[in-house]
Design a protein around this ligand. Structure first.
Ligand code: AHR
Length: 574
């Protein structure tokens, strides 16, 4: 992430203007009472007339009140006979960096821990991650990747080289979680490895050795070393990142310098796994843009232009993009203890993701109209001020219903760009930034963001179905946002799914869904909402923000769904 430039706009205090309209919206009864008082004092002598007038006004007020309880109506049309691009399951990827308690404490507790574990890896965390079907995990960083030397993390546990982690708090890096532990973790949760190699402070030789160590089946010295360390069979490395943020923490390189490195790494860092030579080939992902600045346009242009005319000796399959919802650095927003102003501001910021994707996929289209190269949003999510009392280098923050809404909005954006955005990794999986899971020694809690990822499992590899609706608007002070967002898709068994987000934190929404192409009889699924805009799950109260069952039956060919304020709903249509 580019820490010097604000991605965002105004954080100006939002004006509270109580017009009659907003008064009525917020409290129709109060409005009607004050009107009654005025009428009484002015027209006291015309009592019978007054009674009629009061009755009319009362009826009107009740109507207004009941409309606001039902909320806005949104007509939504889905045509299940038409389909679009496939939503690659890899957009639901995760990111686990050696940062704070992202690895140590979060995944790795060691085989001697009292916390139930399998070969040192927490059983509770593994079970939770299996349930969200994590398609891939990016490791070991982040900025950490460009300081990681893989040899420090292999061999007997008591002989591992102990180093420092200068990027993230300057703490001790014991290297007890290395290649074998990561691959064990990946296999326990049923995922794929996305390994970032060290371009910033490593060498092509070091990276080439690492890949040979992990993937060769031939009896080389490195293969024998891997077997002696407990894994005779070659590992499958599905994705390889060539550096991380090489324009900043990864070595502050110019686009041309990075391009020359990319060509070398892409050629010499080979995957030898026999099962990955024809099908299942390892995909190589180059460093791409990290914000809106002109230098990132130049960066993207340089890589893509070179790729268009690339020679046989180098190639890539993806270009990464990093975009955090942060405002500026240091991060000004709190992750808990905020109100509707900050709720709206953060969601406004997060919707900039769409423009950023348009900008960079537009450049990619120039050189790659067939969309062979994927745009890989391999760092995204909310980045807030660290929780008071925590190590600022550990990037610890809470996770609220606002983050659940934010996650759904971003996943919907990725899905709508499914033809180009074929992979994404939320930052980060456990205990860091917008995490799925938080742990404290033996305790574990699942965040609102976790539940969104769980509810969206049916969208893994599903096929987009066109959906049209009027988003409406939610206005708070000087913030205006779409009120509703939605996507529709058919899962791999052909079942139709809808994901609908009600951004408005105050008003419910009634969705009247017309489904063409199938006879829709009912819809069932789950809704995630919470009492307050900053409601969170804690170790003490882990069930404040958890999904609840929801269902609807078709009326006159329409599915009527009532969505609570600030909610994410996913239903299947029967
Ligand atoms: O996710 C935290 C950090 O943000 C990553 O290490 C880096 O790539 C980005 O700047």
């Amino acid at each position: 992430m580019n820490r010097n430039n604000s991605v965002v706009s105004s954080l100006a205090p939002v004006k509270q203007c109580m017009t009659i309209t907003t008064m009525r919206k917020h409290n129709p009864i109060v409005f009607q009472r004050s009107l009654n008082d005025k009428l009484r004092s002015s027209f006291g002598c015309f009592k019978p007339l007054l009674r009629h007038l009061v009755l009319i006004i009362f009826t009107f007020a009740v109507l207004v009140a009941s409309t606001s309880a039902v909320g806005q109506k949104v007509e939504l049309s889905v045509d299940a006979s038409k389909t679009g691009a496939k939503i690659d399951r890899n957009i639901f990827g995760q990111f686990a960096e050696h940062l704070g308690h992202g690895i140590y404490g979060g995944i790795w507790v060691g085989p001697d821990s009292k916390i139930p574990n399998t070969r040192g890896i927490r059983n509770d965390v593994v079970a939770a991650l299996k349930a969200i079907k994590v398609p891939n995990v990016r490791w070991p960083g982040g900025c950490f990747a460009d300081e990681y030397h893989w040899r420090n993390g292999i061999g007997p546990a008591n002989k591992r080289v102990v180093t420092l982690n200068p990027n993230w708090g300057g703490v001790i890096e014991p290297n007890t979680f290395g290649t074998h532990e990561f691959m064990d973790f990946i296999s326990q949760i049923g995922s794929e490895a996305y390994v970032s190699v060290n371009v910033g402070s490593g060498t092509p030789h070091e990276a080439a050795d690492w890949l040979e160590y992990m993937t060769t089946a031939q009896p080389t010295t490195l293969e024998k070393e891997r077997a002696a360390n407990g894994h005779p069979a070659p590992y499958k490395i599905a994705y390889m990142g060539v550096g991380n943020e090489s324009w900043d923490c990864g070595g502050n390189m110019s686009p041309d310098y990075y391009l020359s490195q990319l060509k070398i790494y892409s050629h010499f860092v080979r995957n030898f796994n026999p099962a990955q030579q024809d099908k299942d080939q390892m995909l190589k992902i180059a460093v791409g843009p990290g914000g809106e600045e002109p230098r990132f346009v130049e960066w993207t242009d340089t890589i893509m232009k070179a790729w268009q005319h690339h020679q046989w000796s180098w190639d890539i399959n993806g270009l990464s993009m990093h975009s955090y919802t942060v405002g500026h650095f240091p991060p000004p927003y709190k992750s808990v203890g905020f109100g509707e102003d900050e709720y709206g501001q953060i969601l406004k910021l997060t919707l900039q993701m769409d423009g950023l994707i348009n900008r960079y996929s537009g450049i990619m289209d120039k050189y790659d109209p067939d969309k062979k190269i994927a745009l890989v949003v391999d760092e995204w999510g909310a980045w807030y001020a660290p929780l008071p009392g925590t190590n600022p280098g550990f990037l610890v923050q809470q996770n609220s219903i606002r983050d659940a809404v934010l996650a759904a909005l971003n996943l919907n954006i990725f899905a709508r760009h499914a033809d180009r955005v074929r992979m994404a990794n939320i930052a980060q999986m456990i205990n860091v930034l917008q995490a799925m899971i938080m742990t404290d020694k033996e305790k574990m809690v699942l965040t609102p963001t976790y539940y969104v990822f769980k509810m969206y499992v049916p969208f893994h590899d599903a096929t987009l179905v066109p959906v049209s609706f009027d988003t409406g608007t939610y206005t708070h002070g000087d913030i205006t946002l779409p009120r509703v967002d939605a996507i529709a898709a058919k899962d791999t068994n052909g079942k139709l799914w809808l994901a609908i987000t009600n951004i408005d934190p105050d008003q419910p929404v009634e969705i009247d869904a017309n489904v063409a192409g199938i006879t829709a009889r009912s819809a069932t699924g789950q809704t995630l909402t919470a009492p307050k805009v900053d409601s969170v799950n804690t170790f003490e109260s882990p069930n404040t923000v958890v999904p609840k069952s929801v269902s609807a039956t078709a009326q006159d060919g329409k599915l009527v769904l009532k969505l609570p304020p600030k909610s994410v709903t996913v239903v299947s249509v029967e």
